[in-house]
Write a protein that binds this ligand. Structure first.
Ligand code: 6PG
Length: 240
């Protein structure tokens, strides 16, 4: 069943999201366990990742038991300002001291995207413990954009995107199959510009082809008040 939590502003949202991710890691790692965490890029989660790295919750021992994956990647080198890996490295991986061997980036700068897709599909665990997603103003999530056949992909777990409406054109993304199999998913959205997409993802009858974030409407959504502005009934059960 989906859950929507609303926070006063982006700062509160980031702090709460960091605490929740940390909680899941602490519970998941337990004694001697491992935790698989797939992260999104974009601007929204930056403060969350920084808070997660700076917070006292996880600690170096537990970070050693966390494997980092990516929900999507843009076809740029890993040190590029638009690289999702670069953003996660500078906000979380380096400050938290997560060992390089635990980080499974998508090598989407390789011109042979099909090979990248094959490799990443072989790297991803069958069931991720937690995926952190964002939502675009157009309702995309990961790199599944409105109108893309990927919104109905039920077999492949990783796919190449060659016509992204959000630059760069070429990307690699996990698919709805990975969403379906994940233990938990957290969607973060802040700001008034996201309000319409958020409401269309959570309510009404729009097809997930048009608003791909609707694929995860039954999961946990963390919103600030501005992004939640058009959600009529935040407490409604969200079973499709
Ligand atoms: C990407 C993302 C993407 C992101 C949304 C929201 O690589 O572009 O992973 O799915 O989560 O576009 O991005 P913002 O947080 O920047 O609005």
């Amino acid at each position: 069943m989906g859950q929507v939590r609303i926070y006063e502003d982006a700062a509160e949202l980031s702090h709460a999201a960091a605490g929740k991710i940390a909680q899941r890691i602490v519970a998941g790692v337990g004694v001697g366990g491992r935790f698989s965490l797939a992260l999104s890029g974009g601007r929204t989660p930056i403060a969350t990742y920084q808070a997660l790295a700076a917070g006292p919750w996880v600690g170096p021992d537990r970070w050693r038991s966390v494997a980092i994956y990516f929900a999507d990647e843009r076809a740029v080198p890993p040190d590029h300002p638009e690289s999702n890996y670069n953003m996660v490295r500078t906000t979380l991986i380096d400050p938290a001291g997560i060992p390089a061997r635990n980080v499974h980036r998508i090598g989407a700068e390789d011109p042979d995207l099909e090979e990248v897709v094959r490799e990443y599909a072989a790297t991803l665990p069958t069931m991720l413990d937690l995926i952190v997603l964002g939502i675009g103003e157009d309702g995309h999530t990961a790199s599944i954009f409105p109108g893309s056949p990927l919104a109905r992909e039920a077999v492949a777990r990783v796919a190449a995107v060659r016509d992204s409406p959000k630059p760069p054109l070429r990307r690699v993304t996990i698919t709805p199959r990975v969403f379906r199999d994940a233990r938990e998913i957290m969607v973060l959205a802040s700001g008034a510009a996201k309000a319409e997409a958020v409401a269309r993802a959570l309510e009404g009858t729009t097809d997930p082809d048009q608003i791909p974030a609707r694929l995860v409407r039954e999961r946990e959504w963390l919103l600030d008040r501005a992004a939640a502005r058009l959600v009529k009934d935040p407490d409604a059960p969200r079973t499709i």
